[in-house]
Ligand binder design. Structure first.
Ligand SMILES: *[C@@H]1O[C@H](CO)[C@@H](O)[C@H](O)[C@H]1NC(C)=O
Ligand SMILES: *[C@@H]1O[C@H](CO)[C@@H](O)[C@H](O)[C@H]1NC(C)=O
Ligand SMILES: *[C@@H]1O[C@H](CO)[C@@H](O)[C@H](O)[C@H]1NC(C)=O
Length: 201
């Protein structure tokens, strides 16, 4: 019988070298969206929802900010529509479980505000000018932050409530919250880039 001899290799060093050699500068489509999403908090969601914009937005922070807001609008509309339908059906069936029902109709209102703020933001992001860049981006930041606050208010209404449907609504609203947070990060990125990026728009 022979005894095997094990040689311990300094794996740590190998790992360090390996991780340093990975690049994030890929010029392909997936590289653009990954690069844009690197400033966001919910990156997987960002990459997933913004991938279709890679081709047109490339490295343009204005286009990424617009994309972030417009996908948030689309998802907010879907969620708002769903809540409005449930809320209406509850009333018609006269089965408003009181707190749940109040939370829902509050959310429907909150989402109207959210959508107003996001639409205003998208409008201004399409009309950016060099002379007014700073105040325009500041307004957009304010409105998108307000949208985020409204979504949080909606979520607060469901605190301590249980049930399959509540869980489903909370998941979908949270998803919108994450998308809004991502949009805000893309707007902050635009703000730090400054009006120079208008030249390439
Ligand atoms: C694009 O780059 C990513 C890494 O950023 C890589 O995983 C992917 O395979 C590349 N896609 C193409 C089509 O080259
Ligand atoms: C709904 O329920 C309340 C009391 O539970 C009752 O007074 C009212 O008439 C009902 N409305 C409808 C439309 O069924
Ligand atoms: C979150 O939103 C994205 C983008 O619209 C969608 O693809 C995804 O299914 C949503 N997830 C949940 C849990 O609603």
């Amino acid at each position: 019988m022979t005894k095997a001899k094990f040689v311990i290799v300094p794996m740590l060093l190998a790992c360090l070298i390996f991780s340093c050699s990975s690049t994030s500068q890929d010029e392909n489509e997936s590289g653009y969206v990954r690069d844009a999403c690197s400033v966001t908090r919910y990156r997987d969601l960002c990459v997933h929802s913004l991938a279709p914009f890679s081709n047109t937005a490339k490295r343009n922070p204005i286009r990424w900010a617009r994309a972030g807001v417009s996908v948030t609008i689309a998802e907010s509309k879907r969620v708002a529509h769903y809540m409005a339908v449930i809320s209406k059906n509850n009333k018609r069936a006269n089965q408003t479980r009181r707190r749940n029902g109040i939370a829902l109709s509050d959310c429907v209102e909150c989402f109207q505000d959210t959508l107003d703020n996001l639409h205003k933001s998208l409008f201004v992001l399409r009309e950016l000018s060099v002379g007014e860049f700073d105040s325009q981006v500041e307004d957009v930041t304010t409105w998108v932050s307000a949208a985020l606050t409204d979504e949080d208010t909606c979520l607060d209404g469901f605190d301590e409530q249980r049930g399959k449907r509540v869980r489903y609504i909370v998941n979908r609203v949270s998803n919108v919250t994450c998308m809004t947070s991502n949009a805000l990060a893309l707007i902050n990125k635009l703000a730090t880039t400054g009006p120079d990026c208008l030249v390439n728009d």
